[in-house]
Design a protein around this ligand. Structure first.
Ligand code: MCA
Ligand code: AMP
Length: 477
């Protein structure tokens, strides 16, 4: 490699001077790989896919997914993680939209692409040059307020910058052991939780599911969870107390309620680190391991990122800790756009290159951020999953007996928000519609409750007044 060659994205994993240090690089459930085993198995994947324009990964919570993603990153082939519980329709959309050329994982009946099985025993010692940092590392599918999920194009340099900013803020090093059980098809579990560990060289313990007992048994130093996970851990005080020996407990992907923050402190002795981000921007704001951790606040911009507040007209709003505005971010961690959708990409950015997050926030004089809420009721966060109301409504409307559908997020103690659908139509069989939707949408996007009504409240323009539905639902609780 020439002196000017970029550092590998998986810096620690690919540092040939390291050797195996007696620790497993990765454990998923009860399966483990040393650093050398992971590189050699991933390189065997790279050998099979090199030159492809992109590869879809059946992103089960398994060691095969970690190998597949690592193989893509070694070969410089953009990885498209596909939620394993997607129905054929959602999976079909992702495969078509991404134009993936290969399916990495077990064969599936509805997937016509050439399938490359991932074998944890396979070994290759081929060498690959580190791809240009500007090239695409991953295409992550995420919901907008309307329509089908969009592919968020993330470059290697954005991922590297995001991970390094967090490593600096959290003093995250190879001395840490990272523990989590989050899905391996989103930024949180996959980019922070797997690529992050391989970049820093901190062993990863993935618990398959993020259960309190599994977290308690893992003996890590750095723990990741969404607020629902932390809430369930606090409901199991013995498990929570077992985390007292950790170094950092990190919460993100959705608002951490202040009482839950305080309960975590009470049971574990740790004030959790909160951090905020999006699929399109990666993590942009965080509290620091050596700084203030204020309940209800998510900290300051990480290195390489700038944030600002604007009003409806796009004019700046003071950072005084009180005035509420639309949050915009810019910097090294931003995505390269929505795949094949320049119009949506342009709509999401300001003319001077800032991403419009769609979140409402305040920023104080010290640069601390508090996320107040979302601009649109049509963007729902349930269990840390982002769900666009429009996608769920479309799935319901595809049923021949459904004439109108409105989907809302209602407050939920466990999930933050819970999906409720209001439906006008002739579906009198209560089981038929959930079964129909189950064929189209992954589990977390399915309504937990479907209410059949005669009409939907609409304004003079004919737009459904979701605020009325949300208030009505809350009043009936
Ligand atoms: C759930 N179930 C359902 C439905 N929903 N069944 C029928 N209809 C539904 N609508 C089933 C589940 O399959 C499960 O069944 C059982 O009910 C319990 O479900 P649930 O309460 O949801 O628990 P869970 O399955 O354990 O999930 C909770 C969770 C999960 C583990 C917290 O929501 C989760 O992993 N969230 C993480 C999301 C995430 O990583 N987001 C990051 C996005 P059974 O028990 O039989 O399986 S990236 C991001 O946001 C940015 C960048 C950031 O800031 O990080
Ligand atoms: P996603 O694209 O799935 O990454 O979801 C991004 C959205 O999650 C953001 O726009 C926020 O609305 C929300 N979010 C992420 N982290 C936090 C946090 N720490 N506090 C409040 N909301 C958050």
């Amino acid at each position: 490699m020439s002196a000017l060659a970029p550092l590998p994205l998986l810096t620690a994993l690919q540092d040939t001077g390291r050797g195996d240090d007696g620790r497993d690089a990765v454990r998923v459930g009860n399966r483990t790989l040393t650093r050398t085993e992971l590189i050699d198995a991933a390189t065997a994947v790279a050998d099979r896919i090199a030159g492809a324009s992109s590869a879809a990964i059946d992103a089960t919570a398994s060691i095969e997914t970690v190998i597949a993603v690592t193989g893509c990153l070694i070969a410089g082939v953009p990885a498209v993680p596909v939620p394993p519980d997607s129905g054929p329709a959602e999976r079909g959309h992702i495969l078509k939209d991404s134009a993936a050329q290969i399916w990495l994982g077990s064969a599936r009946e509805d997937v016509a692409l050439p399938t490359v099985p991932v074998d944890a025993q396979a070994r290759s010692s081929a060498t690959y040059h580190e791809p240009d940092p500007a090239t695409t590392a991953m295409i992550m599918y995420t919901s907008g307020t309307t329509g089908a999920p969009k592919g968020v194009v993330l470059s290697r340099s954005a991922i590297a910058a995001g991970l390094d900013g967090l490593a600096e803020a959290w003093q995250w090093t190879s001395k840490d052991t990272l523990v989590h059980g989050l899905p391996l098809f989103h930024v949180h579990g996959l980019i922070l939780g797997a690529v992050g560990a391989l970049r820093q060289g901190s062993p990863l313990v993935h618990t398959v599911r993020p259960t309190p007992d599994a977290y308690a048994a893992a003996s890590g130093s750095l723990y990741f969870g969404v607020p629902t996970v932390w809430s369930r851990i606090c409901a199991n005080p013995a498990a929570a107390r077992a985390l007292a020996s950790a170094r950092l407990l990190v919460s993100g992907s959705a608002p951490l309620p202040v009482p839950l923050f305080e309960r975590i402190v009470e049971l574990t002795g740790h004030a959790p680190i909160e951090r905020y981000g999006m699929s399109e921007t990666l993590i942009t704001v965080s509290t620091r391991s050596d700084g203030e951790r204020r309940p209800g606040w998510v900290g300051g911009a990480i290195a390489g990122v700038r944030t600002r507040l604007v009003d409806q007209a796009g004019e700046p709003i003071p950072h005084d800790g009180e005035t509420v505005g639309r949050l915009e971010v810019t910097g090294d961690t931003l995505f390269d756009g929505y795949l094949g959708n320049p119009a949506k990409t342009a709509e999401s950015m300001t003319e001077d290159g800032w991403f419009k997050t769609g979140d409402i926030a305040v920023i104080d004089e010290h640069g601390f951020h508090r996320i107040v809420g979302r601009e649109s009721v049509d963007m729902i966060k349930s269990g840390g999953y982002r769900i666009g109301a429009g996608e769920v409504e479309q799935a319901l409307l595809n049923h021949p007996d459904v004439r109108e559908a409105a989907v809302i997020g209602v407050p939920d103690d466990d999930l933050g928000q819970r999906i409720v659908a209001y439906v006008v139509g002739d579906c009198h069989d209560n089981g038929a519609l959930p079964d129909f939707v189950a064929n189209t949408l992954s589990i977390h996007k399915r309504p937990r409750e479907i209410r059949f009504v005669d009409t939907l409240p609409r304004n003079a323009m004919g737009k459904v007044q979701k605020k009325i539905l949300i208030d009505e639902h809350s009043a009936q609780r």
